[in-house]
Write a protein that binds this ligand. Structure first.
Ligand SMILES: [Zn+2]
Length: 307
């Protein structure tokens, strides 16, 4: 595989490094690139104990953009789970509204743990997710062990290390915390959100249904406001979202944030020069003023008459 890819590319080097680090399965997750494509991986994750997904082992694909890790990977679940739609891109989304949701320092491991943590979360309308009753999710979880991937051929119950209470609780906790930070959105929901924000800001009449709106209607029946209620972690920013003026920006341009950071650091740098310069000017001005005053006071012509 090494010969096929430009090893000078940061993305290629990073994916190769991560493939090495993830070579051994853990109790909770396992992921490796497809033999013929470094930018597509298959992963397996375990549902956490005490949730509707306990006992479930779920398989899926990860697709990396050429800009990875500057842009986040997309995930697709293939095993029926009752929480996420199958064969549908789930984006670890960074919309203009949520620039905090993906950092280039995060990794495939981060994405998988976040997905594990996200499984038991309440589905919001913006997530393009399924809201199956717990009983059905339990049933799917039990069936998942015998699920086999048609592409890579792995059987779910054979992929991960046998579960121990220690390993599970440690990674589950990490998964929970990550899920609170990251936001998962499917593509059509993202498009819908952008289209609505654009409509709200331009305030023009509708010329036609936004791209992917038929998908959105079928798969994400609830309104964005409902998702704001459900995603308590994100509720503040969700509620503010529609009034943000940058909304109509094209969706995949996820990473405005690093640019903003550079701007602000340049700004700080100039400030560091400007403030001392201004102080220096004030000091010189005051010194000159004081000196002149002293000279004038010392001058007998202007002093009190000597009589
Ligand atoms: Zn597979």
């Amino acid at each position: 595989m090494t010969q096929q890819y430009n090893t000078k590319s940061a993305g290629v080097r990073r994916l190769m490094q991560e493939a090495k680090e993830l070579r051994q399965p853990t109790e909770m997750y396992f992921a490796q690139p497809m033999e013929d494509n470094l930018f597509e991986w298959h992963f397996t994750i375990r549902g956490t104990i005490g949730t509707d997904f306990e006992g479930g082992i779920y398989h899926g694909r990860i697709m990396f953009p050429a800009e990875y890790p500057m842009k986040p990977p997309n995930l697709i679940l293939l095993t029926p789970n009752g929480r996420f739609e199958l064969n549908k891109k789930i984006c670890l989304s960074i919309s203009g509204y949520h620039p905090e949701t993906w950092l280039p320092s995060w990794s495939i491991r981060t994405a998988l743990l976040a997905l594990i943590g996200f499984l038991p979360s309440t589905p919001g309308g913006a997530l393009g997710s399924l809201d199956y009753p717990p009983k059905e999710r339990n049933r799917l979880a039990k069936l998942s062990g015998d699920w086999k991937c048609k592409e890579c051929g792995c059987l779910m119950k054979d992929v991960l290390l046998p579960i121990t209470e220690d390993g599970q609780s440690k990674e589950s906790e990490e998964a929970k915390q990550l899920a609170a930070k990251l936001k998962f959105q499917d593509e059509s929901a993202v498009k819908k959100e952008v289209a609505e924000a654009a409509k709200a800001s331009s305030n023009t009449e509708e010329t036609g249904p936004p791209t992917g709106s038929s998908d959105s209607e079928r798969e994400t029946p609830s309104e964005p406001s409902q998702s704001a209620q459900n995603l308590t972690e994100n509720s503040a920013s969700e509620a503010e979202a529609p009034v943000e003026p940058q909304a109509p920006a094209p969706m995949p341009e996820h990473f405005h944030q690093p640019a903003r950071r550079i701007e602000s650091s340049t700004f700080d740098y100039y400030l560091l020069i400007k403030i001392p310069l201004a102080l220096l000017c004030i000091v010189i001005f005051l010194t000159l003023g004081a000196r002149r005053l002293l000279v004038e006071n010392g001058n007998p012509r202007n002093g009190e008459p000597e009589l």
